[in-house]
Structure formats: C-alpha cells, structure tokens
Design a protein around this ligand. Sequence first.
Ligand SMILES: Nc1nc2c(ncn2[C@@H]2O[C@H](COP(=O)(O)OP(=O)(O)OP(=O)(O)O)[C@@H](O)[C@H]2O)c(=O)[nH]1
Ligand SMILES: [Mg+2]
Ligand SMILES: [Zn+2]
Length: 346
Amino acid sequence: MPRITEELEHHAKKQSFRYDKLSQSKLVRQRGKLPENIEEGIVVQSIGKDFFVKLIGEKSREQIVECVTAGKIISENENSSMVAVGDRVGILLTKKKNIDSAEGKIVIVHPRVNCFSRKTVYQQSREDILASNINKILIFAATADPQYNRRFIDRLLLTAELNLIEPAICINKIDIIFNDELQDDFEAYVKLGIKVFFISALKEEGLDQIKDFIKDSITLLCGASGTGKSTLINRLSGSAIQKVTDISGKTSKGKHTTSATRMLEFEFGGKLIDTPGLREFALWGLTKAEIHLYFHEFDSYNPDCRFSPCTHTHEPDCAVKKAYEDGLIDMQRYESYLNIFDSLDV
Ligand SMILES: Nc1nc2c(ncn2[C@@H]2O[C@H](COP(=O)(O)OP(=O)(O)OP(=O)(O)O)[C@@H](O)[C@H]2O)c(=O)[nH]1
Ligand SMILES: [Mg+2]
Ligand SMILES: [Zn+2]
C-alpha cells in the first residue's frame, strides 16, 4: 500500500508531536525527537499489554518481535487507544542475542490512515480502536447460537461508513437455519448495495464469496462471540490451522485464543484480523444530529420533511416517518435509527 507508507513516512519526518498525559494509563504521548536505531514494523497481534510487531524495514526478514510499550510513546493519535493491530510503529530492540529472538519496545505509533473504533466500555469519551489501517470489514453474525442482532449490525455499518471502510455482512451457520424469512430480513441491506453473504463455515458452504471479498485487502472480522469467526479462519486456511500464515507465530498462547486481536495472512492473498467476540458496541465519533445521514433509505424522503434539520423522531410532517408508516422504509432499520438516536448523549 504505497499511499499509506508515504503518508506515514511524511509524518514520521516531521518530528514534532503533542504531549498528552493519559488519565487512565501510565503511558504518555510525548513531543520530541525520534530516537535513533528504530526498526519499523506493523502490529499484527495485541493481547493485553503484549504486542507482536512484524518488521517491515528493507533489511528485515519480516521477523515477528514480541514487544511491550515504552513508558513514553511518540504519537499524534489523540484521545484513543495507544496501540492497535494494524498500526505502523517504530520499535527499539531491547534484547538482541540474535534478531529472531529479539524483543522490543514500541516507542512510536505513526498516524493512522483510518481505524475502526467504538467508545470504551469502562471510560467515557475515549476511543477504543479495534484495528487500524484497514480497507474492509466483514460484519459477522449467525443464524442461531447466537442469533444475529440487526441493531448491532447497523451500529457496525455506521462506523464503517464513518471511517470509509467497505463493509459486508456475513451470516454464518446456514446449516442450522436457511429460509426465505432469513433472506428477507437482510433484503434491506441488499437494496442499499451492501454485500450480504450467507455461509456455513463448518460445512464450508459459500466460502468462495468470502475469499473474493477479502482478497488483496486488509479486512477486519468482527461480531459476537461464538458466531464462528475463528472457524471461518481455519476453514479459509485449508482446514489445517498451521496453514494459516499466522504472522504472530511467535506466541504460544494458544491458536484459537479469543482474547487476542490477530492479523492473519492467507495464501490466496489478503489479510483478515480476527477479534475477540464483541459484547457491546457504543458508537464513537457520531452525534445525534448526523446519524440520519448514514441511513441512506432516508435520503430520498429527507428533503420533504417540513423542518430542516429534522431528526425524524417527533417532528410534525416528517417525510421519513411517514415513509416508515407507509411501509416504504424497512421497519427494523427505522427502529435501529431511533435506538441509536436515543443511545447518544449529544
Ligand atoms: N452449526 C454450525 N456451527 C458452527 C459454524 N461455524 C462455527 N460453528 C460453531 O460455533 C462455535 C463457535 O465457533 P468459533 O469459531 O469459536 O466462534 P468465534 O466467533 O471465533 O467466537 P469468539 O472467538 O469467542 O469470538 C463452535 O462450536 C463452532 O464449531 C457453522 O457454520 N455451523
Ligand atoms: Mg474466535
Ligand atoms: Zn423528518
């Protein structure tokens, strides 16, 4: 991705950074000069405070280095997770008997091109980044065990559009349920031009469309726990887990660990970032006033509302609400809109 590289290098050369003490963390962002002897890399796994960084410098052999974060980090990314999978980082090697057993310290996090984030669960007003520098997101859910939740899907769709990330919805476990009702439930998304895949990871049905989608891009895979994300990854890798080019190969903390966010690379071309199952997804970076702009089925009715701006919740002569009442707007999407509207403070 030459564009990303150029942008990051440009920023790295500026050597001027904010100082910003983070309240809940000992880590600080520091203004200052870049240290010398920095190795450049990309974060391919995060688990707790441990990170795995794949070196990408000209002389590197794409080794994976286990890293912690330095007490002070140089970063321009404000008010957000300090380090996330997908980040371009600069590290200092701390133990260096030989490069393959080296350990490192992350000292710089380069500016992100984009990221996929939510609001932190335990703190107000902090951006919790699931992954950065990604092209696509595969919003993953299941027909049953656990059954999909469309409101959850809608929240992820909004976040994808906000961050200019191409989304697709993947409904797994069609070996349990697959009927017209299920397909009808996702018709609203198909009409909006969003790709919807129905698959069974376990029975390996429909996997070609997933391969097509993720080929040659960096795709974030996220959804609730137990929906089958790791199963999909195993199947895509050719059923034997070791065939997944596990680019965080140094860890011995378990192949199927669900507590790590991990970037995996496939032989057919493309990277998929497996994430721990999401329980909650509070929106970050959107206000009440703007969310209606992300519900594109409202677009053609919007100009006919009597008030402008109109929140489409209580105003008289609201064309969007009328369209909903006339059955022209998908019921659940409108309800999702109201649900998200109510969940936001401002
Ligand atoms: N029937 C059926 N079961 C599936 C399918 N895919 C996965 N499963 C089962 O669903 C369970 C959870 O699968 P995982 O792949 O661990 O789910 P996950 O999304 O990675 O879960 P977390 O890592 O906790 O987020 C396992 O018992 C799988 O065998 C499928 O297509 N059909
Ligand atoms: Mg998993
Ligand atoms: Zn209106």
